[in-house]
Design a binder for this molecule. Sequence first.
Ligand code: SF4
Ligand code: SF4
Length: 103
Amino acid sequence: MVKILPKVLANLLRKPFTVKYPYEKVEPADGYRGKPSITKEKCIRCWQCIRACPDRAISIDKETKTPVIWLGRCTYCGECAEACPTKTIVMTKNFEFLDQYEK
Ligand code: SF4
Ligand code: SF4
């Protein structure tokens, strides 16, 4: 019991590891997979992304004939970005996008 007391006291005085999100912003670690982003101008319409998506979250926009990601189905696995030969799809670090849902 006596041995543990210094550790308890040290931990009581230590700053918490957690932050007061959303009042304090957090920078995700490298490799974090947030919202996928599509730069439609770079798309060559090879549809590798659609084949790679395990959740069938990608469809083809009828007007622009480019991929559209249904974020309600997406599990942020990053397979589409891996499969895309032109880096049209990239995984961003954005995790605050509830108000940015596309169709
Ligand atoms: S991140 Fe994964 S689930 Fe989301 S669209 Fe890409 S392949 Fe599909
Ligand atoms: S894999 Fe990339 S280039 Fe091919 S259709 Fe999908 S977004 Fe376009």
